[in-house]
Ligand binder design. Structure first.
Ligand SMILES: NC(=O)c1ccc[n+]([C@@H]2O[C@H](COP(=O)([O-])OP(=O)(O)OC[C@H]3O[C@@H](n4cnc5c(N)ncnc54)[C@H](O)[C@@H]3O)[C@@H](O)[C@H]2O)c1
Length: 254
């Protein structure tokens, strides 16, 4: 499917991978709506690129229903839906202070997994209702963001890995269900990417992480993620898969 002229929703659009993807999609002629818990950050990116921004909690049914409807009013129904909103707190199952509070686990699954599902169900309902854009019957594309922690979670990543593993596992059944309406679903599993989520660590930690990446031995760049999103949208055979974007790193236990 072409990018140009279509409406796009990007969650987590106020920062990191989402912000860069929003910039990329806009530069390719999409009408971009940024959804983020951090409304100021999303507005700043929207202003920069000529998009629209909405304060939104992806894990809240009503919040997403409302902003997707508002975005539809302004840009038309989105044929492109990019899920980047996420959180990555680390905590041991049993730490120095005792067992991990159950609510900590719940919160990560709630934002990363349930939030992604929530956005998909609402965006896909709109996509299914519009006419196909081309002869092959394509109506839209959904991209989700998992993590290599879905496969090689480190100590402290039980909640994060579980949430990202859920995204990996739901990719195929949702792609199979949406095949009937010409909507593709693809998940990207990034490795170590240079975004605010990662750049919060000290330079020493960043360098040591980068050194673990076989080739190229550095953190991934957000524009490399955004470029893959572009390829997924444009390449109609990409569907139902999880694509690692990781320079061949396989994370160690810690
Ligand atoms: N940076 C990495 O190395 C890396 C690696 C693997 C996977 N990922 C995944 O990529 C995605 C983007 O990460 P990033 O590095 O750009 O992080 P980031 O922290 O820079 O951006 C995440 C954005 O999501 C927003 N957000 C958080 N909770 C939200 C909610 N409930 N509703 C709406 N928005 C919410 C934040 O406000 C923020 O703007 C995340 O899902 C993350 O787990 C990142």
């Amino acid at each position: 499917m072409e990018i140009k002229g279509h409406a796009a929703i990007v969650t987590g659009g106020g920062s990191g991978l989402g912000a860069e993807t929003a910039r990329f999609l806009r530069s390719r002629g999409a009408k971009v709506a940024l959804l983020d818990l951090d409304a100021d950050a999303a507005s700043e990116v929207a202003q920069e690129i000529g998009g629209i921004a909405f304060a939104c909690n992806v894990s809240d049914a009503k919040s997403v229903e409302e902003v997707v409807a508002e975005a539809k009013e302004k840009n038309g129904p989105a044929r492109i839906c990019i899920n980047c909103a996420g959180i990555a707190p680390a905590k041991r199952v049993v730490g120095r202070d005792g067992p991990m509070p159950l609510d900590d686990f719940r919160q990560v699954v709630n934002v990363n997994l349930i939030g992604t599902f929530n956005v998909i169900r609402i965006a896909a309902a709109d996509m299914a209702a519009v006419e196909p854009v081309n002869e092959s019957g394509e109506r839209g594309v959904i991209v989700c963001t998992a993590s290599i922690a879905a496969f090689e979670g480190q100590i402290g990543q039980a909640a994060y890995s579980a949430s990202k593993g859920g995204i990996v596992s739901m990719t195929l059944p949702i792609a199979r269900e949406f095949a009937r309406v010409g909507v593709r679903v693809v998940t990207i599993a990034p490795g170590l990417m240079g975004t605010p989520m990662m750049l919060g660590f000290s330079k020493e930690v960043q360098d040591s992480l980068a050194a673990q990446v076989p080739f190229p031995s550095r953190l991934g760049r957000p524009d490399e993620y955004a470029g893959l999103v572009g390829q997924i949208i444009e390449n109609a055979m990409l569907n139902g898969s999880v694509i690692r974007l990781d320079g061949a790193i396989r994370m160690q236990p810690k």
